[in-house]
Design a protein around this ligand. Structure first.
Ligand code: OKP
Ligand code: ZN
Length: 327
């Protein structure tokens, strides 16, 4: 398993997110990366591609206007006399298109929650993350399995929106940039709403997600079982789910993904299914991750594993290492 990480990704380190009536310290802290690096051993630094190549790859999954906003938002924020991190607070639920001028309006039009702050280094970190992702994707084209240490996460970011710590959708960018028939398997605790919104209806990509039931858990508005059909399979699970039930759902997801005859498997791996995760409610143990990964590996195709969530920082490295070992 070749592993990729770029130190420039550290430039994104937001202080806070807003939920349940209060500002909270951000759960997606850079220390998550240190935990993973300490556990997985040697990593490769990706080659640095021209910005135009990175934008072209991101543009397969995201609208140009959304990418422009990500690139310029913090400068607009400073020009408006602000400081600190950008957090949206007004959202156009009526969806009538308008020409928006103020940064507050522009951000709200491309976000669905208050959990994706933007800071001065966010865009540079996202470009570096795209380098990491594309290097790992190239490794799979050569027949290897590869791990991209993508942070921040990506699976909540949709065609033209951010949310849930996510800005660029790593899984969708990889699938669309690969030019191969792709199975996307989302194993984060939270439903991969952004990935689903980007790839739904595509003949060359199947998306299967195991996640907490949106009736009880974020992101609430996506991911119910009846939101399956065509190239999408959603398998919501109750809080408290442990290995046996999770593995049974995974077997179903893998059988369904295999029917698409994939040439590439992309795993959105979130270790927030871990029993000790501070913001989640499944009961997967460290020792469970290797057999779960081994089941996915039975699909028998080159696999790109990328990191989504996992907020029990001390255990994160061991959980990621266990999952990668299963391949
Ligand atoms: C990102 B990923 C409720 C607050 C919700 C957003 C969670 C984003 C998770 N406790 N905050 O899927 O791990
Ligand atoms: Zn998650």
């Amino acid at each position: 398993m070749r592993c990729f990480w770029d130190e420039r990704q550290r430039a994104h380190a937001p202080a806070t997110e807003f939920f349940n009536g209060a500002l909270h310290p951000a759960a997606d802290v850079p220390e998550r990366v240190d935990s993973v690096l300490a556990a997985i051993g040697a990593v490769e630094e990706p080659p640095h591609r021209p910005a135009g190549d990175l934008l072209a790859a991101a543009g397969r999954a995201h609208d140009g206007a959304y990418l422009d906003l990500l690139a310029t938002a913090y400068d607009e924020w400073l020009a408006a006399g602000r400081s600190g991190d950008i957090l949206p607070y007004a959202f156009p639920v009526h969806r009538r298109p308008r020409d928006l001028a103020r940064i507050d309006a522009r951000i709200g039009a491309h976000a669905y929650d208050t959990c994706a702050p933007i800071m001065a280094g966010t865009w540079q970190a996202l470009l570096a993350g795209t380098d990491t992702l594309l290097a790992a994707l190239d490794a799979t084209a050569a027949g290897d399995h590869a791990f991209a240490l993508t942070r921040p996460p990506g699976h909540h970011a949709g065609p033209d929106y951010m949310g849930g710590y996510s800005y660029l959708n790593w899984a969708a960018i990889a699938a669309l940039a690969s030019g191969r028939r792709t199975a996307i398997l989302d194993l984060d605790y939270h439903h991969g709403n952004g990935t689903q919104d980007i790839v739904a209806g595509r003949a060359d990509i199947r998306f299967a997600s195991l996640h907490a039931d949106p009736a009880t858990d974020y992101p609430y508005f996506w991911g119910s079982a009846d939101e399956s059909g065509g190239n999408v399979l959603n398998l919501p699970l109750p809080r408290g789910t442990a290995f046996a039930a999770y593995d049974a759902a995974l077997a179903r997801a893998c059988d369904w993904l295999a029917e698409g005859s994939p040439e590439l498997l992309v795993v959105s791996f979130g270790a927030d299914t871990f029993e000790g995760d501070p913001i989640s409610h499944f009961a997967i143990r460290t020792a469970d991750y290797a057999p779960l990964a081994a089941r996915a590996a039975r699909l028998g195709v080159p696999t790109l594993v990328l990191l989504e969530g996992g907020y029990a920082v001390d255990a994160l490295g061991a959980n990621v290492a266990a999952f990668l070992a299963g391949f």
